[in-house]
Write a protein that binds this ligand. Structure first.
Ligand code: B4P
Length: 192
């Protein structure tokens, strides 16, 4: 089993690259953003709570996302590996993920961190907001709040995995194909 964390600020291209990576490597895609948006669309109690926080650019509580990931891991016992997109976003989520993977006798193979400048992130997300219908994409104040939340709470996740020598940084600016090729070359190094 080979498990990957795709890491980076909001708008760095995690969702975009995940689609290509899961197709190439046959991994199961687990995006906490997508799981939360599905709860919102179904108007579940969890979705209503999450929407309130996401609309302000804030993170959803750890226990909620950890519970969702735990259920998704259990629901996919035959996966040949997982691609975690947008998870973990805090140290508590990282520690919980390590424990869950240990129960499955596996671990994270690599954390691929995509770096993109703040102005480019804002530009991409405002642009996506024109068509996505996502309420967290169409307001620059909320977008900047998401970036602050990332700096305050999420950058520590890369520090957590660097103590196990699992972090690789990738330039997240350029064409989608250029970035995909850089990600694949790092994955291949670790698969061989
Ligand atoms: P997410 O759904 O994870 O989304 P994201 O960070 O906004 O976007 P991503 O990086 O996937 O960007 P994309 O590829 O789409 O999170 C949303 C919210 O959910 C969070 O703010 C939080 O509230 C909550 N949440 C999720 N997970 C959580 C967790 N674990 N704990 C707590 N809360 C959680 O790319 C963005 C745009 O850029 C697209 O329009 C794309 O077309 C464009 N783009 C991509 N690559 C490009 C390139 N190379 N050049 C130009 N444009 C590019």
């Amino acid at each position: 089993m080979f498990n990957i964390i795709l890491f980076g600020p909001p708008g760095s291209g995690k969702g975009t690259q995940s689609e290509k990576l899961i197709e190439k490597y046959g991994l199961k895609h687990l995006s906490t953003g997508d799981l939360l948006r599905s709860e919102i669309a179904r108007q579940t109690p969890l979705g209503l709570e999450a929407k309130n926080l996401m609309d302000k650019g804030q993170l959803v509580p750890d226990e909620v996302v950890i519970g969702m990931i735990s259920s998704a891991l259990e629901a996919n016992p035959d996966a040949k590996g997982f691609l975690f997109d947008g998870f973990p976003r805090t140290t508590a989520q990282s520690e919980a993920l390590d424990k869950l993977l240990k129960l499955k006798q596996t671990e994270i193979g690599v954390l691929l961190a995509m770096e993109v400048s703040e102005e480019e992130l804002v530009k991409r997300l405002l642009n996506r907001g024109l068509t996505s219908g996502r309420s967290d994409d169409n307001n620059e104040t909320v977008i900047r709040a998401r970036i602050v939340e990332y700096k305050d709470k999420t950058t520590v996740v890369a520090n957590y995995y660097s103590q196990f020598d699992k972090v690789v940084t990738i330039k997240g600016e350029g064409t989608v194909e250029e970035i995909f090729s850089a990600l694949c070359s790092e994955i291949e190094k670790r698969l061989s």
